[in-house]
Design a protein. Sequence first.
Length: 341
Amino acid sequence: MPLYSLEMPVDAIALTRKLIDVESITGNEAAVGELLLSELAALGYKTLRMPVEDERFNVWATWPGQEHPKVVFSTHMDVVPPWIKSSEDETRIFGRGACDAKGIIAAQVAAAEKLHEKGIYPGLLFVVGEERDSTGAYVANLHAPGSKFLINGEPTDNRIGTASKGALRVNVIAEGKMAHSAYPELGESAIEKLLNALERLRKIELPNNPEVGPCTVNIGMIEGGRAPNVIPDKANAQLLYRLVGPSDQLRKDIEAAIAPDAHCEYALEIPFVQLRTVPGIPTMTAKFTTDIPRLTNWGVPVLLGPGSIHVAHTTGEFISKQELLEAVELYVKVAEFLQEE
């Protein structure tokens, strides 16, 4: 009999689809937060809206009388655009957030229910904003309950992360002087300056960590100019570096490479982190960033979740039903192990 037919206290497959079908693109998480508050209250949890900004809030849930749990499960409620409703076939659930991270929410809720049967009562923290700037995690870090361990969920193919790359988001800005394009000598092209700066940036030797691999960079956006017949007076590019260590030297290298054609602003930094493992569970290195660096007050972090990061953020995003339910058992195993420490 396939694993996905096993009975569990919470139907993780049904809950995954229910969560997917509530659109929660970053900034618009309130509706899915309300759904989770309702679902968790119906299971008997003490639930709390943790205000973030405007109508946005994190969801914090504990078992009555267990308001300071030793172990906390956490992941994020927001998803990237566009919203894609759920569907399923015999083996997979499809839709936006299937693996990143609504299937993970469902697996964590189901695992918590199974742990209750063993007398273990983990907390549940579901945050907003992970896909953009970790705003929800930053706010949550101000309200940590004194937990000792944080089991953070991201798509790791049910392997435990030994490390997670960080991120440095850089805006490179070039300024010029407008002129009629028939008389380029009267102007100063910001776009040409930007191109020169970017070409030098591409030649920087980036750091390499023998344990996790190289730092990488993506030039994600380029903007500039006013019209084809106008010498452009402004141009900028947005870059994202995946960090494998401290960023101090990299920042100096970036600034040296773009001068004098451009200057830069650092929009976001999420540091590289090394993580603990649990015996008996395969490991991996996460080349992506997580909320973990913003949740330092919630305890020693463990990174684990079902699904593949390779299909996250794609039109065909999915999660295997079997992997989803295997994750429930893995979360139970990890929580039991940590509870004894």
